[in-house]
Structures are given as C-alpha cells and as structure tokens.
Write a protein that binds this ligand. Structure first.
Ligand SMILES: C[S@@+](CC[C@H](N)C(=O)[O-])C[C@H]1O[C@@H](n2cnc3c(N)ncnc32)[C@H](O)[C@@H]1O
Length: 279
C-alpha cells in the first residue's frame, strides 16, 4: 500500500510500526524514525507532516525494513561516555569494543608520564579517542588503511577536542618508535563464518573492516608477530578476537618476546580479548 494518503503523525506511525514488524519494538523504532525525519521535533498524533518530512520518514522506515543499522541512518553512535560520527563506509563501533576500550584504559592508566599508544585499524577513532581522553598527557597514534576511516577519526577527535596523530598505515608499515600500549579491533572474521554474520553487519559494513582472510587470522597474526618490535619493555598489546582464535594466538605468542599472554572473556563469557605483555 502507498503512503501518499497518510499525512498525520498518528497515521504515519501506525504504518511504520506495521512495516517494521508490528511488535512493540517496531513501534519504538517508528518513533525513532519520526524523530530522525523531523530533526528531533516532538509532534502530536493529529499533526500533519509536510511532503519533505513525509518523504524522509518513509525513506528511513524503508531503509530500516531492509536492515540498515540505526547508527548508519543517524550517522552517529555512542561509545563509552562520548559520541562519534559514523559516515558511510566506516565501521560502526560495537558494544564488545567498549569492553576492549575499558581494558585498554585500565592498562594505559598504569603507564609512565607522557605515554605513547597506538590504535591499529582505528575506524571512527573510538579506541584512540578513548585513550587520549583518559590520558591527556599521552601521544596517541591512530592508523588505518581506509581514507574514509582516517577522515572520520580525525573529524571525531577534533569535535571532541582531543589530539591524536592520524595516519595511513598498513598495520605497522608507517609506524615508528616504541609504545606503552598497542590496541586493535582488526578484521577477524573467517571466510567460512561470513554467512553466519548478522545481516546488519554483513550487508552494511565495509568488507575490509571485517574480513580476516581464510581463518580470520591474517591481520591478527601479523600484529602478534610484529608488536614486540613496537612495544616498550613491559608494554601491552590488547586485541579483540573471535573466541575460536584463542588457541592459535596463544600458541603463536609462545614463540615471541612475551612475558605474559592471556585471553580474557567478554561480558557474555566468550574468549574475546588477547592480552600480551612484552618482556
Ligand atoms: C573492525 S574495524 C574496527 C574499527 C574501530 N577500531 C572500532 O573498533 O570500531 C577494523 C578496521 O581496520 C581497518 N583495517 C583493515 N585492514 C587493515 C590493515 N591492514 N592495516 C590497518 N588497518 C586495517 C579497517 O579499515 C577498519 O577500519
């Protein structure tokens, strides 16, 4: 059924809730779409929307019905206690990465004055920004291969008033010096698991942000192998990983200059974060 004859807020909300599945959650999504379409204006049920706002509302609802994630529609998302812009083509930060950020901040708080941190595959810049906010005396580098990501990270840091050094680097290729902390949420999805990813992720995230090669370990193994060259003695590497990669990474780390290695679980109890402390 077309929506052209629907003009009041009440009619449009009822149509949208039905289009989005007819549940209580769908009704909430319909209200969220209305707020987005009208620039957060609060509206009464009997109020009529003009053609521009109606068109915008319909496009948002149809995009949601196709599975486009909310942060992609709103072009922003919350991370810890701040908000970042998420332009198209840049990975949307996920809740488990907030856990990685908390672990990284706890480690970074222990570092000496004017410490250095490196965020590999920074995307919107969330990890680098979180570290720079936690330690204003730090020098924080944020690297990525994606020009869109680098632009987003730079812009987000500026909006939030933090200084980070943003540069293009294929893993460590343009990185110099020693760091007290290296953190990364790199692409780690194995090819055979691609189809098991939620549709919202598979269809709307940049492939390069997720695809970790045949076994998902392509970028992770390079980081674990090379990180000791970029860490100060006692420095820490923290990585987000898939639960099945735990054993392979711990075995690989046995051959490197690591004093301590362990894998920590996420809030759902799955092995999720690799921690290596350089000897
Ligand atoms: C899963 S996203 C993580 C983004 C962000 N750190 C976060 O947690 O929201 C992975 C990021 O790694 C970047 N990336 C992929 N391969 C890379 C490489 N070889 N070197 C540096 N960055 C890479 C992608 O462009 C993407 O921005």
């Amino acid at each position: 059924m077309g929506t052209r004859h629907l003009t009041t807020v009440g009619e449009l909300l009822r149509w949208a809730a039905k289009r989005l599945g007819g549940t209580a959650a769908a009704a909430r999504e319909a209200r969220r779409a209305l707020l987005l379409a009208t620039g957060e204006r609060l509206l009464r049920q009997e109020e009529r929307l003009g053609p521009y706002e109606r068109g915008r509302f319909r496009r948002i609802v149809e995009a949601r019905a196709r599975g486009v994630p909310w942060p992609a529609l709103e072009e922003s998302t919350a991370f810890l206690d701040f908000e970042v812009l998420v332009p198209p083509g840049v990975f949307i930060p996920r809740p488990e990465t907030e856990e990685l950020a908390e672990l990284a901040i706890a480690e970074f708080q222990k570092a000496p004055p004017r410490p250095r941190a490196l965020d590999i595959g920074t995307g919107t810049g969330v990890l680098a920004i979180a570290l720079a906010r936690a330690r204003p005396d730090a020098e924080v580098w944020a690297v990525d291969v994606s020009p869109r990501a680098l632009h987003a990270a730079q812009r987000n840091a500026k909006r939030l008033g933090v200084k980070i050094k943003v540069l293009r680097s294929d893993i460590f290729s343009a990185v110099e010096g020693k760091f007290h902390l290296v953190v990364a949420n790199p692409p780690y999805v194995a090819r055979k698991e691609w189809w098991a990813l939620p549709k919202e992720v598979r269809d709307f995230e940049p492939r390069r942000a997720l695809d970790g090669g045949e076994d998902g370990l392509a970028v992770l193994t390079t980081i674990v192998r090379e990180a000791p060259n970029y860490l100060a003695p006692g420095g820490v590497l923290l990585l987000e990983i898939a639960p099945l990669q735990k054993e392979a990474l711990l075995a690989l780390a046995k051959r490197g200059r690591w004093g301590e290695t362990l894998v920590l679980s996420d809030l759902a109890g799955r092995p999720r974060f690799f921690l290596g402390r350089r000897c």
